[in-house]
Design a binder for this molecule. Structure first.
Ligand code: NAD
Ligand code: MG
Length: 389
């Protein structure tokens, strides 16, 4: 058992979410390997308090500063430092006292703290794919400069990352991202037009936060993942393929220049890629349920229906176009999902909103970080004007 000093100190950004709570499950199961240094949440102060009392971090941050007093009061008998507000997220990301950030915030809000961790030279376990979708060039460039490992947590990218171990000298011919197809696999627009939020939130294989669940139902998630893969593995758009694999057993694949394909498999459980990222380069023994191939007599593969699930085509368009287009796509999509979750727009309206926003916000070929923030704001404002149409 390693002693106190060799424990990896983890800063969990978004600790109350689906990824964050599962990361804490992994830490709870491996107290000799990991300890919690920072926890952050946006609004769920109750859970943040419970987590802080259990794991005793150095610092906690609540994004919504109206909840600061309650948090401070609840933790007053401890020496845990309490902060509030978006700016505080960046400030704690700048602390010296942690080894790895587990980036589990959802959406564009994850970009600034994650970039701060990279600038600080901290390893990042990256669940927050939007960070790379929006500003992948800047984040990866900084990571190279600072020699910071960005280890994917997204299951597809973790699969690819695992397939690449030992292959440093071997170029990738292409990667094949698998997609479950989501809850509406096989459905057509005449069905989708009437879909409501509660149905769209039911994913067949994974239990996840609301935003990514909707993104999985529209296939936007796979589009965001194509862009994420481009940056993580330095790929051209034509090297990134998507295949529908409804069982979610193969988490993704890499094809090398000799035609050999490696796949990473297992039961769908996010704790595995989370644990892999936190423990990399080691593997940690666990008692997660094992895959029994006899229970999966067939693994199926199909072409995605991009005529019906047009969000995937829009993301592919943004992937090819580059510049600030993925940032615009992402911002419009965040507004669209937000509006859909509040029953303000229909399922197919989400696509129309993203498409119109991509057509309306000015394209910038090589944006600065500031320009990414401006494009994000502009795209959000434009998309918001479409909500009541
Ligand atoms: P979630 O909604 O369950 O949790 C999000 C977390 O971020 C919460 O702790 C919340 O408090 C915090 N947060 C929300 N808005 C914030 C803001 N504006 N500022 C600061 N913090 C904020 O989301 P999730 O499903 O855990 O997903 C997190 C990220 O991981 C997403 O980028 C998602 O795409 C990615 N991801 C998730 C899964 C999964 O299985 N859940 C799988 C792959 C990738
Ligand atoms: Mg994924």
């Amino acid at each position: 058992m390693p002693d106190q000093n060799t424990k990896k100190r983890i800063a969990i950004f978004g600790s109350t979410g689906s990824i964050g709570t599962q990361a804490l499950d992994v830490i709870r199961a491996n107290p000799g390997l990991f300890e919690v240094e920072i926890l952050t949440a946006q609004t769920n102060d109750e859970l943040l308090i419970t987590q802080a009392l259990e794991f005793g971090p150095n610092a906690v941050v609540i994004g919504d500063d109206s909840r600061y007093e309650k948090l401070k009061e609840a933790l007053s008998s401890t020496d845990i430092k309490v902060f509030a507000g978006a700016k505080a997220l960046e400030e704690v990301a700048d602390f010296d006292t942690y080894d790895m950030m587990l980036a589990g915030i959802v959406g564009f809000a994850g970009l600034k703290p994650t970039l701060k961790a990279v600038e600080k030279g901290k390893a990042v376990g990256l669940a927050n794919k939007e960070t790379l979708v929006v500003a992948g060039d800047i984040v990866m460039q900084k990571a190279i400069e600072k020699r910071v490992p960005i280890i994917p947590v997204d299951s597809e990218h973790s699969a690819i990352f695992q397939c690449l171990v030992g292959e440093a000298r071997n170029p990738i011919e292409k990667v094949i991202l698998t997609a479950s197809g989501g809850p509406f696999f096989g459905k057509k627009p005449n069905f989708l037009v009437n879909v409501k939020r509660d149905h769209a939130l039911q994913h067949p294989n994974w239990s996840m936060g609301a935003k990514i669940s909707i993104d999985s139902a529209t296939l936007m998630n796979k589009g965001l993942e194509m862009i994420e893969a481009k940056w993580l593995f330095n790929l051209r758009p034509d090297q990134i393929e998507v295949v529908i694999h409804p069982q979610s057993i193969i988490h993704s694949m890499v094809q090398f220049e000799d035609g050999s394909i490696k796949a990473q498999m297992g039961l769908p459980d996010m704790k595995l890629p989370i644990q892999y990222a936190m423990a990399f380069p080691g593997r940690v023994k666990n008692d997660f349920p094992r895959l029994n191939f006899r229970k999966y007599p067939a693994l199926n593969f199909e072409e995605p229906d991009v005529k019906t699930f047009r969000n995937l085509s829009l993301a592919v368009e943004a992937l090819h176009k580059g510049g600030n287009m993925p940032c615009i796509l992402n911002a419009a999509n965040e507004i669209a999902v937000w509006a859909f979750l509040r029953n303000r727009i229909g399922f197919l309206d989400m696509t129309a909103m993203v498409e119109k926003t991509m057509q309306n916000v000015a394209f910038i070929e090589k944006p600065s970080l500031q320009e990414y923030f401006e494009s994000d704001g502009e795209a959000r404002n434009f998309a918001a004007t479409l909500i009541n149409l």
